[in-house]
Design a protein around this ligand. Structure first.
Ligand code: NAD
Length: 474
């Protein structure tokens, strides 16, 4: 691993004015010194992208697709190295990091495929009086320069969800990765260079959100912002972005409903995975579970038994299931939230133990609906399990949230499944699965404070293009 990492602007690595030390969230050891872009350096990146966007808009679809296909090939060759970078910078357990790299490859693969099928439609103009004698159709044009701002928790795949569709659609891009996870993002620079992407199309500038990120959001030359991160930052960005297109993929306190009559034992492994993968630092992590009263005792017992088998430790150890939270202050916050919930009557079934920045998988029951663990985003290995009398009651509780990303329901009744699907206020409903389910081409995004706009390659391309109507009078 390089010890000093520069900015990547206009096809070159350039020295920055400021370098910031990057520490491992797990061991607190220094990993590297990373260039953090200031406002002038962010401007340089935007200028490079603005120049490249003109050339990019003329690049034929097959060439854009070929470049993305080359990225897929190169990433496959470097998959293990990518996984180590992710595990080192973010403390994601190495097996999960390998999973993320596999998904990243799929995301670029879908981007390459979608690049070849960006189409419009024919409009029957004579459907309206006065429209006779005309034929019209739509095309999709790239919007120009896209500013991408990404979070720490899927540092490679969530970058791919922005860079992939931006390039597939013929845009240029300035990427500002999260402060803690610049390594895997900068690694892409070399990959895209080797894949044949012309200079200036992809610029990567690690930096502070309020400096480099803010500059991207406010610069007139940037025509679209694609942001994944926390709701407070999303709101701030929306307020400052003016008339730019903005896609916001924000947080959630996702819920799972378990109906009476389902086979509890068959879903425990999946539910535990949903709650504790990446130490709960997943936007669709299972945070709230509402279980029918007839199954409640069995569910809590089996779930917490399974949670106790998870191995906590070094992210680079293949046996590790749960490693450090991204920052010590997140572990402090999680402990405070547990204490608050207990003061309000919650019971700790397992966990609530801390070692360094690792929080052991924690299960609480009888959590009050106004405890932070219930109504805010935990983003830690914390899950609450509450008893309900019916799915109807559970749906009300799920909806009693400012968030609405995805929800899951296990039920044996098709009628109950459809009722719940139509009543749940979320962007996606997973029937007989956890809310954490995602494959990378499906439309993905939230309602309420979970954001708006959709990712998933085809849908992200719609957000990153303008629809143009062309009308011929015969
Ligand atoms: P964060 O909001 O703290 O940071 C995200 C990015 O925003 C970082 O790159 C940061 O530097 C930047 N930023 C911060 N302040 C800024 C500002 N003033 N202007 C512009 N940019 C700014 O989020 P995080 O802690 O990195 O990630 C966790 C959050 O991301 C959680 O809320 C999680 O739910 C959410 N998330 C959502 C999805 C989704 O697809 N819906 C996926 C992953 C994570």
């Amino acid at each position: 691993m390089k010890e000093k990492l520069d900015l990547y602007i206009d096809g070159q690595f350039i020295e920055a004015k400021n370098y910031v030390p990057l520490y491992s969230p797990y061991s607190n050891e220094k990993i590297a010194d990373v260039a953090f872009a200031n406002e002038e350096e962010t401007d340089l990146a935007i200028s490079a992208a603005a120049r490249a966007s003109k050339m990019m808009a003329k690049m034929p679809a097959y060439e854009r697709a070929d470049i993305l296909e080359n990225v897929v090939t190169l990433l496959k060759e470097k998959a293990d190295e990518c996984a180590r970078l992710i595990a080192t910078e973010s403390a994601k357990p190495i097996t999960a990091a390998k999973g993320e790299v596999a998904r990243t490859i799929m995301t670029y693969k879908f981007a390459a495929e979608e690049a070849r099928r960006i189409t419009g439609e024919t409009i029957p103009m004579d459907a309206a009086p006065g429209g006779e004698g005309r034929i019209a159709f739509t095309i999709r044009e790239p919007i120009g320069v896209i500013g991408a701002i990404t979070p720490f928790n899927f540092p490679m795949n969530l970058v791919a969800h922005k860079v992939g569709p931006a390039i597939a659609a013929g845009n240029a891009i300035v990427l500002k990765p999260a402060e803690q996870t610049p390594l895997s993002a900068l690694f892409l620079a070399e990959i895209f260079q080797k894949a044949g992407l012309p200079a200036g199309v992809l610029n990567i500038i690690p930096g502070h959100g309020h400096i480099a990120g803010d500059r991207l959001v406010q610069d007139e030359r940037v025509k679209g912002i694609t942001f994944t991160g926390s709701p407070p930052v999303g709101k701030l960005i929306k307020g400052k972005a003016g008339l730019k297109k903005v896609t916001l993929e924000l947080g959630s306190n996702s819920a799972l409903i378990v109906d009476d009559g389902v086979d509890v034992e068959s879903l425990i492994d999946r539910a535990v995975f949903g709650a504790f993968a990446n130490a709960g630092q997943v936007c669709i992590s299972v945070q709230r579970i509402y279980v029918h009263e007839n199954l409640f005792e069995q569910f809590v017992k089996s779930f917490s038994r399974k949670a106790e088998t998870l191995v906590c430790g070094d992210p680079l150890d293949e046996k590790t299931d749960i490693s450090a939270l991204i920052r010590a202050k997140e572990a402090d916050r999680a402990i405070q939230w547990i204490d608050e919930a207990v003061k309000q009557g919650a019971k700790i079934i397992t966990g609530a133990k801390r070692e360094g920045n690792i929080l052991y998988p924690t299960v609480l029951t009888d959590v009050s609906s106004d405890a932070k663990i219930s109504c805010q985003e935990a983003f830690a290995p914390l899950v609450m399990i509450n008893k309900v009398k019916s799915v109807e009651e559970a749906v009300k509780l799920v909806n009693d949230s400012k968030y609405g990303l995805q929800a899951g329901i296990y039920t044996n009744s098709v009628h109950t499944a459809f009722e719940a699907a139509s009543n749940l206020q979320v962007g996606g409903v997973m029937i007989n699965d956890i809310p954490t389910f995602r494959v990378d081409h499906m439309p993905y995004g939230g309602v309420k404070e979970s954001g708006y706009g959709r990712e998933g390659l085809k849908y992200a391309i719609e957000e990153m293009t303008e629809l143009k109507l062309i009308c011929f009078k015969k």
